[in-house]
Design a protein around this ligand. Structure first.
Ligand code: OGA
Ligand code: NI
Length: 199
């Protein structure tokens, strides 16, 4: 009985979070002056992964991270934080800031693919999770991912200019190519998008 209930809740959560993600993708498109469905069309049939992160208390939190610094390789991440324990941090101008949980709020991370598709207007934020000595922490991350065959190409109106030489910051690539590259490096190395700059 309990398992059945759990399955229903997780299934409903996944469906609802997906719809929320699609709405955000439409809002991002509109905010860039593009057609509402622009990003969704480019991303194709989106995959969805869920990670349930459990960070046990750590006797010496200054010696390690729960999750080292990284950007998310996908399009958009919707993060549900444990309302009672802090741990998430983001990097702004070389300094780490805590993103403490807020009741009834998700953290929305722009992933690498929205940075590329927006030609760098949206930034995929560096983030990490730290631990503490007292309390375990749980977070639930839902990742919306482009279809493997989706061609990630910065939207033309965002880089097109009068001069003929105008070109986007990033070259075209498929998500499959990006994903392979992302996991072939250390998580906290340089921003993976740097490997996809236009020369
Ligand atoms: C992740 C992530 C942060 C957290 O799963 O990609 O960044 O607070 N999680 O658990
Ligand atoms: Ni992440």
């Amino acid at each position: 009985m309990c398992w059945r209930f759990c399955r229903e809740v997780v299934s409903r959560y996944s469906t609802d979070v997906r719809e929320l993600g699609f709405t955000i993708e439409e809002l991002i498109s509109e905010s860039l002056g593009l057609e509402k469905d622009h990003m969704r069309k480019v991303l194709g049939e989106q995959g969805q992964h869920m990670a349930v992160n459990y960070y046990p208390p750590c006797p010496e939190p200054e010696l390690t991270y729960g999750l080292p610094a990284h950007t998310d390789p996908n399009a958009l991440t919707i993060l549900l934080q444990d309302a009672t324990v802090c741990g998430l941090q983001i990097l702004i101008d070389g300094q780490w800031f805590a993103v403490n949980p807020h009741p009834d709020a998700f953290v929305i991370n722009i992933g690498d693919q929205f940075e590329a598709l927006s030609n760098g207007i949206y930034k995929s934020v560096w983030h990490r999770a730290v631990t503490n000595t007292e309390k375990p922490r749980l977070s639930v991350a839902s990742f919306l991912c482009p279809a493997d065959c989706a061609v990630i190409s910065p939207a033309k109106p965002l880089w097109e200019a009068e001069e003929d030489e105008a070109k986007p910051i990033y070259r075209d690539y498929t998500y499959a190519e990006y994903y392979k590259k992302f996991w072939s490096r250390n998580l906290d190395q340089e921003h993976c998008l740097e490997n996809f700059l236009n020369d």
